[in-house]
Design a binder for this molecule. Structure first.
Ligand code: ATP
Ligand code: MG
Length: 394
């Protein structure tokens, strides 16, 4: 009977862009990824001991498969593999590879052995592949296994590093990118629709911490379900961050009522967005953030024509507005939303925004906008709205 065992190590590979940084930055980023994996495993109660070497981390754990799955949520990780550790002695490698083969190879399938090696050893990678391959064929003589180097059903992979070796078959993909936090903070206009959660996640992937801001225009122009969607999306995003976070919820009914009443109908969306940008700019100052993020994409909504984006930009002077989805087609955005887990929340039924006119302006004129904003004393309204802001722990 085959010996009972379980994987005891997680091999962690870092995001490819981490690898092209200068050695100093690379070590800093890789160690940051390790810290975040450590924190997550700690929070999940999984035993672990991380060994970091330049370009890799090896996490020793009694629950390596679960630890590996969790590590796929850490930004800066490109992939992970649950593995069985042994020494770099050839006999140990063969013995360990056979154990892994016994667990993973089924009758009548094809397989290959691959090996990569770092350090000095009395054998080449090819020697290891040949030896392990022939021992597997020998052991499974009766089972009709075949070698197929081009397109095998299962690949037994061996990573030899100095005096240790690791055997594995599976690789789980991580998000890639840079470790969260290395870029500082951004203020994110998060609506709970499909786009803005994806925009937030893409910024997180590049290393930015997010502070979501939701404008709640209920009950007149929106509803509780819309607010819940935004909060639930924020929850999913903070789960990616592996930590609790804070979100601003801004009571917006009163300001939007004034905007709607005082603006030419076709201009409501432009004035509304400019108002949101202004409030976001104030929050950016309070939170010492580096910019403002939205889910806008060129032409996706009337307020997102190139002209209108230009008029929107004019509302903020001290902070850049980042729009990671600018060049995305909706299907591309939706694919990411599904992958990160916000799609099903975003498509839930809700009122959305009922303040939007049927025919919003496509080419807004800045002078018209400025004239309305002067009339409604927009700066004062921004201050009053900000005073009502609530910070919610997510
Ligand atoms: P989304 O899918 O993110 O809702 P959208 O394509 O529906 O975006 P709009 O409703 O025009 O487009 O909103 C454009 C952007 O403005 C959003 O991506 C988001 O960043 C921000 N935004 C819109 N509504 C709100 C809101 N109620 N609170 C916070 N931000 C908002
Ligand atoms: Mg929307």
């Amino acid at each position: 009977m085959a010996e009972e065992w379980s994987y005891d190590t997680v091999i962690v590979r870092f995001g490819c862009e981490v690898g092209v940084k200068s050695s100093r930055t690379r070590v800093h980023y890789e160690k940051e990824v390790c810290k975040q994996i450590e924190k997550l495993l700690e929070a999940e109660g999984i035993d672990h001991r991380i060994e970091y070497v330049f370009g890799r981390a090896y996490v020793a754990s009694g629950d390596a498969v679960r630890a590996a799955k969790l590590a796929t949520r850490i930004f800066g990780v490109s992939s992970v593999s649950p593995a069985l550790k042994t020494s770099s002695k050839i006999d140990d490698i063969v013995h360990t590879a056979l154990k892994v083969a016994q667990k993973t190879l089924k009758e009548r399938i094809t397989f290959a052995v691959r090996c990569r090696r770092t350090g000095n050893h009395p054998y080449t990678s090819m020697d290891i592949c040949r030896k392990v391959g022939s021992e597997i064929l020998q052991l499974f003589k009766e089972n009709g296994l075949k070698v197929n180097l081009k397109n095998p059903d299962v690949t037994i992979k061996i990573e030899v590093r100095d005096d240790k070796a690791y055997v594995y078959t599976e690789e789980y993909s991580g998000p890639g990118g840079f470790p969260l936090g290395v870029q500082g903070k951004v203020i994110c206009l998060l609506s709970g629709g499909i786009d803005s959660p994806v925009a937030c996640w893409l910024m997180m992937k590049r290393g930015a911490l997010i502070i979501p801001v939701y404008f709640d225009s209920s009950p007149t122009f929106s509803d509780e379900a819309s607010r819940m969607k935004a909060l639930d999306c924020a929850k999913v995003l903070f789960r990616w961050a592996g930590r609790k976070g804070e979100m601003y919820v801004i009571p917006y009914e009163e300001a939007l009522t004034t905007i709607k009443r005082e603006s030419p109908e076709r201009y409501t969306c432009i004035l509304c967005k400019r108002f949101m940008y202004r409030v976001a700019e104030k929050i950016a100052e309070i939170e010492k953030a580096e910019g403002i993020v939205t889910g806008e994409a060129v032409g996706e909504q009337a307020s997102q024509t190139l002209r209108n984006l230009r008029v929107l930009n004019e509302a903020v002077k001290r902070y850049p507005v980042h729009r990671p989805l600018l060049g995305f087609d909706k299907v591309e955005t939706e694919a990411i939303a599904r992958k990160i887990g916000t799609y099903d929340i975003s498509i839930k039924k809700s009122l959305g925004c009922t303040a939007a006119p049927r025919h919003p302006i496509l080419k807004a004129k800045l002078e018209e906008v400025l004239e309305v904003e002067k009339r409604i004393e927009v700066e004062k309204m921004v201050e009053e709205t900000l005073e009502k802001a609530k910070k919610v722990e997510i």
